[in-house]
Design a protein around this ligand. Sequence first.
Ligand SMILES: *[C@@H]1O[C@H](CO)[C@@H](O)[C@H](O)[C@H]1NC(C)=O
Ligand SMILES: *[C@@H]1O[C@H](CO)[C@@H](O)[C@H](O)[C@H]1NC(C)=O
Ligand SMILES: *[C@@H]1O[C@H](CO)[C@@H](O)[C@H](O)[C@H]1NC(C)=O
Length: 364
Amino acid sequence: MKVLTLLLCLAQFWGCQAAPHLPGLVYRELNCDDPETEQAALVAVDYINDHLLGGYKHTLNQIDKVKVWPRRPMGEVFELEIDTLETTCYVRDPTPLANCTVRQLTEHAVEGDCDFQVLKQDGQFTVLFAKCHSSPDSAEDVRKVCPQCGLLAPMNDTKVVHAVDVALTAFNTQSNGSYFQLVEISRAQHVPLPPSTYVEFAVAATDCVAKEVTDPAKCNLLAEKQYGFCKATLTEKVGGEDVAVTCTLFQTQPVPPQLQPDGTEMSNPTSVADSALPPPPQADPPVAALVVGPVVATAPQASLPGHRAHYDLRHAFMGVASVESASGEASHMGKVPNVAQPSIVVAAGPMARPCPGRIRHFKI
Ligand SMILES: *[C@@H]1O[C@H](CO)[C@@H](O)[C@H](O)[C@H]1NC(C)=O
Ligand SMILES: *[C@@H]1O[C@H](CO)[C@@H](O)[C@H](O)[C@H]1NC(C)=O
Ligand SMILES: *[C@@H]1O[C@H](CO)[C@@H](O)[C@H](O)[C@H]1NC(C)=O
C-alpha cells in the first residue's frame, strides 16, 4: 500500500514536472494582511466597481489567499482570492467607496467571491484577470438574526414590478423637470408587517418634460446622463395602496475617477455632498428628495429585468473581457496555479503565513 502511494506521488511529481510551465517558477508567499497584498486587493475591488453594469458597489471584506508570481520580463503577478460585501451605494452613486455603508445582515446581505490576477510593475498595479460571482445570504441566516425581516425577492416578481411602476409614476408626477425613466430594479423585499413591498431602483433623466409626457416610449435618455436612485415602499391597504418614494438624483455623470498610476489611491476625496447612507427604508438625507403618496397606480408594466434577486457579480464584467490579456504572459499566468504543485515548488517559509486575512466587516 505504502509503495503504491509513493509511486502515485512520484507519478504526480513527474507529471507535474513534465507539465508545460516554466521550470523553477516559484511564487512568493505573502501575508494576506500585508499592506502590499491589501493594496493589490483594493485595486481589484476598484476594478469590480468600475466595471459593474448594475447593482451596488462592493467593498473588500477578506483576503483569502495570495500568491505572488514572478513575471517575465519584469514585475510580479498577485494571484488573489478575495471576499467582498455589497454596500448600499448604487454603482453610479458618486459617493466614494470608503463612505458607502455595508449592507447589513438584517437587510439580506450579499457576498462576492473573486479571483484576481493583478500585475505589479514599477509600483503600479494593473488587473490582468478577474472572475467573480456573488450570492445573497441564506434565508435561514437572515431569519436567525431577524425573523421579521423581508427577504430578497425576484426582480420580476409581479408585486415588485408593480411597486416600481407606482413609485416611478409618483416621482414623475411630482417632478418639475425631466421625465425619469427606469434604468434597473436593483433589489426588492417583501416586508411582512405591514404587508408591503420595498424596492430600490435606478432612474435616468430623459429629454421629455415630466409634466408634458404623453408617450414615455418616445423619450430618450440624455447624452449627458443624469442618474438617480430611488427607494420606495408600497403598502397594501384595504381598498388601495400607499406609496412612499424617495429619490436621490446624482450630478450629471462626470468622467469617472480612475486609479492613480501608482495604484496607491484608496479613496477619492471628491467633494460629493452626500452623507453616509443610513439603512433603509427611506431614511437617507437625499440630495434631491421628495416623498409623495398615496397615488393610484395606472402605470404600464416596465420592462422586466429577469428573475434574479440580486446582481450577481458573475455578470459584472459582461461586455468587458474578463481576461484582459494584454500579453501572452497574462494568460499564461492564468494557468500556472492549476499546474504547479505548491508542496513541491514552494520554498517553505519559516512559519505558516496567516491566510486568510482579517475579516473587515462580518462573515456570511
Ligand atoms: C416643483 O414645483 C413646486 C411648486 O413650484 C415646488 O414646491 C416643488 O418644490 C418643486 N419640486 C422640485 C422637485 O423641485
Ligand atoms: C467621507 O468620509 C469622510 C470621513 O468620514 C468625510 O470627511 C467625507 O466628507 C466623506 N465624503 C463624502 C462624500 O461623504
Ligand atoms: C420571472 O422570470 C423567470 C425566468 O425568466 C420566469 O420563469 C418567471 O415566470 C418570471 N416570474 C414572473 C412573476 O414573471
